[in-house]
Design a protein around this ligand. Structure first.
Ligand SMILES: Nc1ncnc2c1ncn2[C@@H]1O[C@H](COP(=O)(O)OP(=O)(O)OP(=O)(O)O)[C@@H](O)[C@H]1O
Length: 229
């Protein structure tokens, strides 16, 4: 699978006149990239820039040749986003319908939709949730369903914003295994440092800037040291 590079050029994001990200320049071409850092540092904002959920106040973000300012619709087809709060992402009454919903928007045929829904549920070991009512699921079950909905759409990049916060050990391991197997690019914002150990690259965000960018173990060491300072 060809993975288009993601390019941040001098990106500043201001909220209410405050710089939440300051002049960030990055080229993301690796397959598995982690983003770590303190609460409020700007990690979610950085991740939301990738699919145009947040637009730069200054500068540009490109996914391949597409600019998030100009081509948000095309970019959203190619960059899936798994939200921190899965309840925000679940729309339809039944789990199977919810996963099929995104596929319908992509104009995928009914037969193909049903196949993909069942395959994705099986892949994540949650086939037993297929006919459950979405609003009765536990937080962790919702998080797995939100993940299934995005995986079923097969985007080439998937951005995860704190995907393991509600998961028990078994589902956390399932998530970790799923990410390790993905042919797609995974960009994961997390406070769960262990899941990043086999990643290709980890960014440490501090106060709206990239304070460290490199190998996971070195990035985690940098972040630990910074946290103790
Ligand atoms: N829509 C918004 N309007 C105003 N301020 C915002 C908005 N979104 C984020 N912020 C602020 O921007 C800063 C960075 O937020 P962000 O969510 O990117 O941080 P984070 O590193 O993901 O934090 P956490 O680990 O706590 O989730 C915070 O101070 C936050 O309050």
């Amino acid at each position: 699978m060809e993975l288009p590079p993601i390019l941040f050029e001098n990106v500043t994001v201001k909220f209410e006149d405050r710089d939440v990200l300051k002049d960030v320049c990055l080229t993301l071409s690796e397959q598995r990239i982690g983003i770590i850092g303190a609460n409020g540092a700007g990690k979610s904002t950085l991740s939301r820039l990738i699919n145009g959920l947040v637009l730069p106040t200054h500068g540009t973000v490109h996914v391949g040749n597409l600019n998030t300012h100009k081509h948000a619709k095309q970019i959203r087809r190619d960059v899936g986003f798994v939200f921190q709060n899965p309840a925000n992402q679940i729309i339809m009454p039944l789990v199977s319908e919810d996963i099929a919903f995104g596929l319908k928007n992509l104009q995928i045929s009914k037969v193909e939709r049903q196949t993909r829904v069942q395959e994705t549920l099986a892949e994540l070991n949650i086939s037993h949730l297929s006919d459950r009512e979405s609003h009765t699921l536990s937080g962790g079950e919702q998080q797995m369903v939100a993940l299934a909905s995005v995986l079923a759409m097969q985007p080439r990049t998937i951005v995860f914003d704190e995907p393991t916060t509600m998961l028990d050990l078994r589902n956390r391991l399932a998530f970790q295994e799923e990410v390790a197997k993905l042919a797609q690019r995974a960009i994961v914002v997390t406070h769960d440092l262990e899941i990043l150990e086999d990643f290709d690259r980890v960014l440490v965000v501090t106060d709206g800037a990239i304070a460290f960018d490199g190998h996971p173990m070195e990035a985690i060491a940098h972040y630990r040291q910074w946290s103790h300072a």
